[in-house]
Design a protein around this ligand. Sequence first.
Ligand code: AMP
Length: 199
Amino acid sequence: MDRVIVLIAYPCGGKDKHSRMLIDFFKEKLESFLYIGTGEKFRNLKKSNYTSKLIEDSMKKGELLPNFLSESLVGSDLIKGFSKKKNLIINGFPRNVKQAKTLLEMMNFYQRKVDVVFIKITQKEALKRLLKRGQRLDDSIKTIKRRFKIFRKKKTSLIPFFKKNFNLIEIDGNGTSEEVHNRILMALGFYFNDLPLLR
Ligand code: AMP
């Protein structure tokens, strides 16, 4: 397979969880893949460097980081690790139209089509999940509300861009993670009998 799958969601919408479940699915199928999770990469930066300190301060406030940071992260991972037969899973990028244009340019270069999986949950559900999770630096009611507001604002221009340039798949993010995972696999057109969790 040579799929390019982008996961986007409201904060606490399950992007990380569902990226991991997709990775496990690809591993089980012995499919090679490249995974790029921008949020995770930013969180894991060593705190010793000047840029990473600025990144941490910005993330704590729930703000989006400047485009050049995520674009160069994604770009350098593609340059280092992408190839013809590899699937690509991207989590957390693009977050705005500028980044989406960059992704389009990247995938035009590699001649790949993109599926964008948009996992939808309500703010109420997000807050409920946050209270259960609550271990990340940017996990507080105040910052999650801010992240939610930013996402909603960016979404207005992102969704039409996705619809025009990529294959946009909207997924109901409510329910158990297995249910949502199965919805994602089915929407991506993976073979029904391959779904190990389907009852
Ligand atoms: P996430 O884990 O995807 O929710 O990302 C956590 C935080 O990392 C976000 O709130 C942003 O501060 C930052 N971040 C991650 N990806 C991006 C991106 N593509 N553009 C800007 N900021 C990002």
